[in-house]
Design a protein around this ligand. Structure first.
Ligand SMILES: NC(=O)c1ccc[n+]([C@@H]2O[C@H](COP(=O)([O-])OP(=O)(O)OC[C@H]3O[C@@H](n4cnc5c(N)ncnc54)[C@H](OP(=O)(O)O)[C@@H]3O)[C@@H](O)[C@H]2O)c1
Length: 336
């Protein structure tokens, strides 16, 4: 009964979270964040109602009291806003007036939004893009959680596979395929304490990223031509191989940035191969890597972890990433 009575879960103190982009209708962020905001509440409300066996006015009063406390604890709702580029400045102004608590920022606004924010976190400044805004006391502050989300996803992968006593990702040789926006955040974060090689169809972009990272003190970065991997066994020099290109993404699921099927059998045993694409769940690149023995991961983990870090910035609460992930899996399975 309470499940359907969602109006109980929002009140005059509810704060707004959201995502801005253009277009935005495809965004999975509302599902992921609302799964945290609402799932705990609804479950708790239902179990409270059942366990309290509400049959008297007194019990009803007590239940209502508990319920209002519960709602005020995580009193948010997460929405999606389609914002045209020419409205970005007004959007920041309006968000302050509306007392919005936080926003995620997606394509095409991650760079342009920066000029309208009052403050930018050091990492986001160095990455040169913002994917999270926090509004507090009339001030806006931009963050970038993509790179750290990627790191957390790799740590989770190591932990799940019980490969080490520690899940720390440090001093690894990492090959990053692609030099676009996502690659920039990942290379920035991972080159803090790993050896990162960047390769890209347009070599100049990989070189520019390498030079930039070196200029801010990340020394362990280099870039190589994609042709280098015409001899596919050159891949075997790396501990972690990451596809950050859009090749293989739905609907072009037969594309792959490198053909791993020519590698010797079992040659990727002990290696991590990650594709930050999550639609499809398993790209051709990941399928081939798995056939050669690699431990693979798709882009859902990165998506969830970058979202979880944003959620913690806004609410101070570390969300349960498994709830977030399962809400996305349900949604993506529905679509397929
Ligand atoms: N899981 C997550 O949380 C997450 C987060 C962000 C992005 N992503 C995914 O990551 C992918 C890239 O996003 P992005 O924002 O970085 O895009 P982007 O800035 O447009 O970069 C695209 C990259 O793909 C390469 N590429 C595109 N077409 C290619 C082709 N035909 N052959 C070889 N390389 C090609 C580009 O190479 P050139 O430089 O030569 O054009 C560039 O390196 C997308 O699939 C996106 O959905 C996932």
């Amino acid at each position: 009964m309470l499940n359907s009575n969602l109006c109980n879960l929002l009140n005059s103190k509810t704060r707004i979270l959201g995502v801005i982009g253009h277009p935005i209708a495809h965004s999975l962020s509302p599902i992921m964040h609302n799964s945290i905001i609402f799932k705990n509440k609804v479950n708790k409300l239902n179990s409270d109602a059942i366990s309290k066996n509400i049959d008297t006015i007194e019990k009803l009063k007590e239940f209502k009291y508990l319920k209002s406390n519960l709602i005020d604890n995580l009193n948010y709702v997460y929405l999606a806003f389609d914002i045209l580029p020419e409205n970005l400045e007004n959007m920041v102004y309006s968000a302050k007036i509306l007392n919005i608590r936080g926003l995620n920022v997606t394509v095409p606004h991650k760079i342009d939004i920066m000029q309208y924010l009052d403050e930018i976190d050091e990492d986001a400044k160095k990455i040169g893009a913002v994917n999270t805004i926090s509004f507090e006391n009339g001030t806006s502050k931009g963050y970038n959680t993509d790179g750290l989300g990627f790191r957390k996803a790799i740590e989770e992968l190591i932990e799940t596979n019980n490969l080490n006593n520690s899940n720390e990702v440090k001093n690894k040789k990492i090959l990053v395929l692609g030099a676009g926006g996502a690659s920039r955040s990942i290379c920035y974060e991972m080159s803090k304490d790993n050896f990162v090689t960047i390769t890209n169809r347009t070599l100049e972009k990989a070189i520019a990223l390498e030079k930039y990272l070196k200029s801010i003190g990340h020394k362990n970065v280099n870039s190589v031509k994609l042709d280098e991997f015409n001899d596919i066994t050159n891949l075997l020099d790396y501990d972690i191989i990451v596809n950050t290109t859009s090749l293989g993404m739905h609907p072009n699921i037969d594309e792959t940035v490198l053909n791993l099927s020519n590698l010797p059998e079992n040659s990727l045993v002990g290696k991590f191969v990650v594709d930050i694409i999550y639609n499809p769940f398993e790209t051709k690149f990941l399928k081939q890597a798995s056939e050669k023995g690699a431990i693979i991961q798709n882009g859902l983990s990165m998506l969830v972890h970058q979202g979880a870090i944003s959620f913690e910035i806004w609410t101070g609460i570390k969300p349960d990433v498994e709830i977030m992930k399962s809400s996305l899996l349900t949604k993506l399975n529905d679509k397929e």
